[in-house]
Structures are given as C-alpha cells and as structure tokens.
Design a protein around this ligand. Structure first.
Ligand SMILES: Nc1ncnc2c1ncn2[C@@H]1O[C@H](COP(=O)(O)OP(=O)(O)OP(=O)(O)O)[C@@H](O)[C@H]1O
Ligand SMILES: [Mg+2]
Length: 306
C-alpha cells in the first residue's frame, strides 16, 4: 500500500530541548487522521515540519513518496494546509483571496475561475464570495481557509486546530465538510486539543504527549475497547450478590442500576444469573467509555493502551 504521508522517526530539537521525540505515522488515501494533544504537546511544531516550514532534526517526512527535505517542490505540491490561522486578506473579497492562492498554487489560468467556484461551493461560501473577508464570521473565515488550502488540488489537507473558536453549529458544519473532502479521496490530517470535537470524523487518532505519541488507534477500536452495560433491575443489592464470586466487575450507579464491565456476548449469561437469583431485569443499556474519557485516562496515567 502506498501512503499519502509517511513520517519516519521524526525528531525536532529547538535549542537543547527535544520537542518532538521520534514520531512515526502513516496516512492512507482518503483517511482522516486526528493528531490530539494538550497545549504545548508539539502539534504545531510537527505540522510546521510536515509542510516544510522548519526542518526535522532527525528522521524523514514523505508526502506521496516525495521527501519534504530533498524533493521539496514535488512533496509540497501535494499538500494544502492551514497552520495556526488561515492567512487571509480582510480587505479583499473571498474570491480575490482564492485567486491569489490559486496563482500561488499554479492552477492553470484557464481553470482558475472554475476551480474557485467549485471550492466556494464546496465550503458553502458561494453566496458571500464577493464580500470582503473582514465581514465574514469566524466559521466563514475557517471555511475560506479550507477552500484556499484545497485550491491547488492537493492529495493531503493539513489543518492545525481547525475547530478552535467554532460554536457547536460551526463544528457540525466543519465535520460535514471534512467528510465531503475525505470521501473525494483527499487525506486529512487534523490536530486538536479537544478529542470530542474531532473523534467523529477521524478514522484514526494519535495522542501526543510531550512530543511523543502515547497511543495510536482506529477510532472504532477505541470506542469498543471497553464496553460496559447498565442493567436496570428491581433489587440492586440482590443483583450484585448474584454476581459475587464471578469475574464480573459491578458498580452501583443508582438504586436501580448496576453497571457491569462486559462485552455483549456475556449479556445472556448475566440475565440468566439474575433470573436464577430472582432479580427482575427491566432494561439493558450499553455504556461505552468515550474517546475523551480514554484520552484523559491515557494522558493522566501515561499508560499505553494496546
Ligand atoms: N521556536 C521555539 N523555540 C523554543 N521553544 C519552542 C519553539 N516552538 C515551540 N516551542 C516549544 O515546543 C513545545 C511544543 O510547542 P507547539 O507549539 O508545537 O505545541 P502545540 O501542541 O501546538 O500546542 P498548542 O495546543 O498550544 O498550539 C512547547 O513547549 C513550546 O514552548
Ligand atoms: Mg499549536
């Protein structure tokens, strides 16, 4: 399989401080990759290396198989990025901004107009495209930034904390937009300090702490890794007694709910044990640990989840 992005043992030392401590990542075609970490973890530093703004102290970065250091123009021609904040000209219209970036990205002259209109439509700015950017809301600026990053038809879109400052509606629109972009085959690398804002759009997430990836997982694996079920019963004391001496871990949630750490296959056995002990079951509900909980656990305990 060929990767759109390959990061091999990348380190960055600034002064005598090792800020990025040997990163290894790969991103496939159309994959949405979340790069999550608290403030100061090294997200922006990593992204600045990915887009060739700074050089790694060690290791290599390949984009579409081209080395960002030794084959810079071929590598970077495949990337569109927003690092920290989109660079926009407030006194120009959205269209003029896109025109400027289309030229920088060397979009062939006769394709520029079509390309700008397509991108404006994609980010739903077509109706405001001739207004000055300073009249745009934060969400609109963010979307124009994305249109600008995509104007040169990259295979990889890199966004540094794109959800910062967006309200819940803005975040929802952003998620829909990323889905559209990735389903057209473009790979997306998104950093964030808030896992909850991007977990739903990522296929895979890496959790960065102090310059090192402590966990990298498929989002779907993280979500099912630790299932729990809440059993609503008539007599919680008796329910817990019924499972005493078994391997099941039980937690009383309230007067009528007991939470049990099990996977779905174990439910019939538990129901049977309840029935045998005269416990009535009124409902069973899955309680999945959210990715955010997991993230906080990981960052706090620095435990590797495998
Ligand atoms: N040019 C620099 N000189 C010295 N230290 C730096 C430099 N750039 C970054 N750092 C340090 O490297 C660490 C990582 O910074 P970075 O900006 O990459 O973090 P981040 O994950 O993007 O954080 P945030 O969520 O706040 O944007 C920080 O401790 C920062 O102070
Ligand atoms: Mg940053």
């Amino acid at each position: 399989m060929s990767y759109v992005l390959e990061v091999k043992n990348v380190k960055k030392k600034i002064g005598n401080k090792l800020i990025v401590k040997g990163l290894n990542m790969t991103i496939g075609e159309g994959e949405v990759y979340g790069f999550i970490g608290p403030n100061g973890a090294g997200k922006t530093t990593t992204i600045r290396m990915l887009v060739g703004l700074i050089r790694p102290s060690e290791g290599e970065i390949l984009i579409g198989g081209h080395n960002v250091q030794s084959d810079r123009s071929n590598a970077l021609s495949q990337v569109g990025a927003i690092v920290e904040n989109p660079e926009l000209y407030g006194d120009m219209s959205g269209r003029k901004n896109l025109l400027h970036y289309a030229r920088l990205a060397r979009v062939p002259k006769k394709e520029i107009d079509t390309r700008i209109n397509e991108m404006a439509k994609l980010v739903e700015l077509d109706k405001r495209l001739d207004d000055k950017v300073r009249t745009y809301s934060l969400g609109m600026r963010q979307r124009l930034g994305i249109a600008q990053a995509l104007i040169g038809n990259p295979s990889l879109l890199i966004l540094d904390e794109p959800t910062n400052g967006l309200d819940p509606n803005g975040i929802r629109d952003f998620r829909a937009l990323i889905k559209k972009i990735s389903s057209s085959g473009i790979s997306v690398f998104i950093s964030s300090h808030l896992l909850s804002e991007i977990e739903m759009i990522c296929d895979r997430v890496a959790i960065l702490k102090e310059g090192a990836v402590v966990v990298e997982k498929q989002v779907s694996d993280l979500l099912v890794a630790e299932e729990q079920y809440d059993f609503k019963v008539d007599d919680i004391k008796r329910a817990i007694e019924a499972l005493t001496g078994t391997a099941y871990v039980t937690t009383a949630i309230d007067a009528r709910t007991v939470r049990i750490d099990v996977t779905e296959e174990n439910i019939p056995a538990i129901v049977e044990m309840f029935v045998q002990n005269g416990v009535k079951v009124y409902g069973i509900q899955v309680e999945k640990e959210t990715l955010e909980d997991k993230f906080l656990n990981i960052v706090e305990n620095l435990q590797e989840v495998n």
